[in-house]
Design a protein around this ligand. Structure first.
Ligand SMILES: NC(=O)c1ccc[n+]([C@@H]2O[C@H](COP(=O)([O-])OP(=O)(O)OC[C@H]3O[C@@H](n4cnc5c(N)ncnc54)[C@H](O)[C@@H]3O)[C@@H](O)[C@H]2O)c1
Length: 425
């Protein structure tokens, strides 16, 4: 089949490469020319796709990256994997609309269009389909097929990958569902049919809402436990020994990435705008998780003042990790960046170390403890800093050395052993 994947980012590129590997002819449509040129040259900017895999599908002529909409001509299945961000704290579907408009002109009878971008229930039916019908002059469900299949990709997760993570599939009609399922059955081990588009859309935003709310719960618990003088990490370990009815979530500096801070807002904003209802738990979780970077800064401030009679202003602070989770270069909406920004606004002299984030962007100057990147590293002496805040525990960080050399560490992820000079959140 000729597959087009619109958007070659964290979601679209792995799908495109996988589809090419299983024998489809794949066009990766990417309007960002710099990204497109990198792909054409065999250079992947998505960690989960190594250059070797990209070069193999380029070499076998089963994958082609392009910024030219004309290359969408003659597709059997087109999958939309474009960003669904927030603008002014509200859902912004402009990329979905743009992709729909571009695609509409190339839909031929019998073709299938699938939306994968995370969004609120009703988007495929009320936003995408009208654009596809208007631009093609065809009728969805009769002349061409439309579906929704949410992406569950977890960047950096080597155990759960695209092919072995169950994939929800939905169609506008039974016939649409059959086509959508038939395509995904070629790229994933398990497909899970939904009985409608909106169910599948809601399932995806709910999955992330569930995590968001539970993370807010443990973040608030960690503040309470600190006030009570109880170790929250041990408390959670104890609770997690219950073999049923309990799932362990961990506190941290907040939530980040393209999913957790955004997807629940798609749901809460939609039900408020459309139906005047407030999704109270989402709003509360949002408040708690968004204030977590401030809480981290406050803890650091307290520690500096209590231990060294210093203020944050003028303190030399080493921030370890800027991305939203370990093992990825994705720093979008990262709470680590929020913490770093706040500390700098308060006059701290902050050095950021992250082996995954480009040193060139100016925010990350040093890479200590990084054997994998030792050739590019400017070694820092941990003892030169008044305090270290561990924000993202990348594997490259040598935590034993950190504990031995630092004057004080605030470990926001609970990965270090507690010691007199190592405090956990
Ligand atoms: N990153 C994740 O872990 C993840 C997981 C599950 C779901 N999602 C969802 O998948 C969608 C894509 O996320 P992502 O992380 O891959 O984003 P991304 O920013 O990494 O990639 C999106 C790509 O789409 C391109 N693009 C923008 N407008 C376009 C258009 N009109 N036509 C074609 N391409 C266009 C961008 O240039 C970019 O390269 C979002 O809805 C996101 O919420 C992401």
């Amino acid at each position: 089949m000729h597959i087009c994947v619109l958007g070659q980012g964290y979601v679209g590129l792995p799908l495109a490469v996988r589809a090419a590997e299983v024998g489809h002819t794949v066009t990766g449509y990417e309007p960002d020319r710099a990204r497109c040129e990198a792909l054409a040259a065999g250079s992947s900017y998505v960690e989960d796709i190594g250059d070797d895999r990209l070069q193999a599908v380029l070499g076998s002529d089963t994958y082609y990256a392009t910024s030219d909409p004309q290359d969408l001509k003659g597709f059997d299945v087109a999958v939309i994997t474009v960003p669904t961000p927030l603008t002014d704290r509200a859902p912004d579907l402009s990329c979905v609309r743009d992709a729909g408009r571009v695609l509409a002109g190339w839909i031929e009878p019998g073709a299938t269009v699938v939306l994968e971008s995370t969004t609120h229930p009703g988007t495929t039916r009320d936003v995408l389909i009208p654009l596809l019908e208007e631009g093609s002059g065809l009728v969805a469900g009769r002349d061409f097929h439309v579906g929704f299949s949410p992406e569950r990709i977890d960047p950096g997760n080597a155990d759960w990958r695209l092919e072995n993570t169950p994939k929800i599939v939905a169609g506008l009609t039974e016939g649409c569902l059959e086509r959508v399922k038939a395509f995904y059955d070629t790229v994933t081990d398990v497909t899970v049919p939904a009985s409608g588009l909106e169910e599948a859309e809601l399932a995806k935003v709910f999955e992330n809402t569930y995590r968001h709310v539970n993370i807010a719960l443990v973040n608030e618990l960690s503040r309470m436990a600190h006030t009570l003088g109880v170790d929250v990490w041990h408390t959670l370990e104890l609770a997690a020994t219950k073999p049923f009815g309990f799932t362990r979530f961990l506190p941290g500096p907040g939530v980040g990435g393209h999913c957790l801070p955004i997807d629940p807002v798609y749901l809460s904003h939609h039900v408020k705008a459309r139906h005047g209802q407030t999704f109270r738990l989402i709003e509360l979780a949002q408040d708690i998780n968004e204030s977590q970077p401030d809480y981290v800064v406050r803890r650091l401030q307290d520690a500096l003042s209590r231990r060294f009679r210093r203020s944050v202003h003028g303190a030399r602070i080493l921030a370890l990790g800027a991305t939203y989770k370990p093992g990825t270069s994705d720093a979008r909406q990262s709470p680590a960046v929020e913490v770093i920004d706040r500390l700098r606004q308060m006059g701290a002299d902050v050095t950021v170390a992250d082996p995954y984030v480009a040193v060139a962007d100016g925010s990350c100057r040093e890479i200590p403890f990084g054997p994998a990147t030792a050739t590019t590293a400017t070694t820092v002496t941990v003892a030169d800093f008044d305090a270290v805040v561990l924000l993202t525990p990348h594997d490259e960080f040598d935590l034993v050395r950190l504990a031995a050399e630092a004057a004080y560490v605030l470990d926001t992820r609970g990965v270090m052993a507690a010691a007199p000079h190592v405090e956990r959140l």
